[in-house]
Write a new protein. Structure first.
Length: 201
């Protein structure tokens, strides 16, 4: 695997797909910020679907590659046919589903069919405490996720990164651990696949 392939892989890889109503973007953003600071790479449509991409197709790709789906549940979520499609697809793919309920409400019949036996975390009345509970449970449910992002956030430049890359490839093969390190280092200065092509890496 070359650097460009590595970066494309890093660009697509994520731990958690976040399903939410567009009317709840503000609170969803806060949840994602906390999760990503704790080392969980999240995917959500508002940020990660680029202009010109197929909305439904990108959601399906994200769902297939995610380890888990986090549902930011609300009355608006409960009334959205789009979120219902996402939940139904997650069940068909056998994904781990984590419901995070933002307000008290009763599921409609469609959502009750899928979620009535799935334990929810209530984000009310104390959102901050609920988020702490969410983090604890995610760390238990996804123990293979590298949660050491903040422990090695030293910024490096492109030349230093190329030196690191060269050393990693000396043996002719890059391990999963080395790949993880390389993608995190690339993210410290925003090296994208497009930039790697420009640099002929």
């Amino acid at each position: 695997m070359n650097l460009i392939s590595l970066l494309w892989e890093a660009d697509m890889a994520h731990d958690i797909m976040v399903s939410y109503s567009s009317k709840n973007e503000s609170i969803m953003g806060k949840i994602v910020e906390i999760l990503e600071k704790s080392g969980f790479k999240c995917w959500y449509s508002k940020r990660d679907i680029k202009v010109g991409q197929s909305y439904g197709g990108e959601i399906m790709k994200a769902l297939k590659s995610a380890k888990a789906m986090l549902l930011v549940l609300s009355k608006d979520f409960n009334n959205s046919p789009h979120t219902l499609n996402e939940v139904e697809s997650a069940f068909s793919f056998g994904k781990l589903i984590i419901p995070f309920k933002m307000e008290p409400f009763e599921f409609n019949d469609d959502f009750e069919y899928f979620l009535r036996r799935v334990q929810s975390i209530n984000g009310f009345p104390d959102l901050d405490e609920a988020l702490k509970t969410l983090l604890v449970q995610l760390k238990e449910l996804l123990p293979d996720v590298n949660q050491s992002v903040d422990n090695d956030s030293t910024t490096i430049n492109e030349n230093e990164y190329i030196d690191i890359l060269t050393m990693a490839y000396l043996d002719g093969e890059v391990s999963a651990q080395e790949r993880d390190m390389l993608t995190k280092k690339a993210n410290t200065f925003g090296l994208t696949p497009e930039r790697a092509i420009e640099l002929k890496l």
